[in-house]
Design a binder for this molecule. Sequence first.
Ligand SMILES: NC(=O)c1ccc[n+]([C@@H]2O[C@H](COP(=O)([O-])OP(=O)(O)OC[C@H]3O[C@@H](n4cnc5c(N)ncnc54)[C@H](O)[C@@H]3O)[C@@H](O)[C@H]2O)c1
Length: 431
Amino acid sequence: MKIAVAGTGYVGLVAGVCFAEKGHNVICVDVDENKVEMMKGGKSPIYEQDLEKLMQKNYKEGRIDYTTDYKMAYKNADAIFIGVGTPEQPDGSANLSYVANVSRQIAESIEHDCLVVVKSTVPIGTNDKVEQFIKDSLVNKSIKVEVASNPEFLAQGTAVKDTLQAKRIVIGTESKEAEKKLIEIYKPFNLPIVSVNRRSAEMIKYASNDFLALKISYMNDIANLCELVGANIEDVAEGMKYDDRIGSNFLRAGIGYGGSCFPKDTKALKYLAKQYGYTLKTVEAAVDVNAIQKTRLYKKATERLITFNGLKVAVLGLTFKPGTDDLREAPSLDNIELLLRQGAKIYAYDPVGIENFKKKYPNEIIYVSNPEEALDDANVCFIFTEWNEIKSIKPEIYKKLMKTPLVYDGRNIYKLDEMKKAEVEYYSIGR
Ligand SMILES: NC(=O)c1ccc[n+]([C@@H]2O[C@H](COP(=O)([O-])OP(=O)(O)OC[C@H]3O[C@@H](n4cnc5c(N)ncnc54)[C@H](O)[C@@H]3O)[C@@H](O)[C@H]2O)c1
């Protein structure tokens, strides 16, 4: 099938590449000329395992191409997937202007009947509006356009695997034809399909993301209480995970969730509920707990240190999680802002996130290419991301390299007794 994909970020590019890998003919559209040039040259604009390899393979075999020329891409497509951003607005609502722009461009371009599929995470009811908007803006009113919802559940860092081996494909349609076409597109993936109406599909996405955010905030809340009552959150999680009703994933306490999805999707659902006069108390609690959790480590450090002014601070990990170069809403950002305000001399290490971080802090931070350089003669160390390169640092290294072996670990990488044995003063979360 001829598929066009609008937006080549984490969702659009991965979807496009995986559709091509499964035999479809794909054209990926982006407004960013630099990205398109990069992709044509076989380079991925984002860091995702296996992505570049599959981009090169499918480009070489003629199943995928990239363009900024949306008219050419959309005019003959059988299906157009929308994967552009829906970022948070200051009031918490989702910014739908990118989705609206693509919808306008589709209406301008298509020359025959077409299925438009919204992959972006959008508030409930948006698919209805997209369909109406395209119909209203169509130049040739005899063309039949239908909109379907197909929310994306991939996680950054494992995006390709999560797409090719997704646990389920959710499709939301309002007609048998649209359902049939989407099922046909996904047939080569051979995955379970959950077929519902459009509004339920839109809600499945928010309900899933917000549930995960809630689970994280719940464990962080319990972790904070563990510290007060002398329990250990790692042991508590170990004891919880055997219960199938609870599940063994997402039980790790830390410095809160970040990334491009959980923060905005919790706030967007909270906002949507309010529009209907409903207060989503559970999700509100998750948002509140997370806001406090993100700078908990910094606050702990201020209880121990009179100032950060003039101190060498080693920062290990910048991205919001391992496996990605994405910094959106990363806890490192909140903490580094506070440290800089206090006059800390920050030496930061991250295996892939430095280039993106430099865009925000080009001169204020010293970036180093290995953890040892950051730790050398440092007064204090903060761990914000559990990259393997950071997890593999032996406890003795902190003692050996740092001026004062004082470590604040937001990811509970080390066991308490091993740090104690190495004579490292060690603070973590919930233990
Ligand atoms: N990132 C994730 O892990 C993830 C997971 C599931 C769902 N989602 C959702 O998917 C959507 C996209 O997220 P993302 O992280 O991939 O976004 P992103 O910001 O990484 O990428 C969006 C891309 O769209 C491009 N774009 C903007 N306007 C365009 C237009 N008119 N035509 C073509 N391209 C255009 C931008 O240049 C950019 O490259 C969001 O709604 C997000 O909530 C994201």
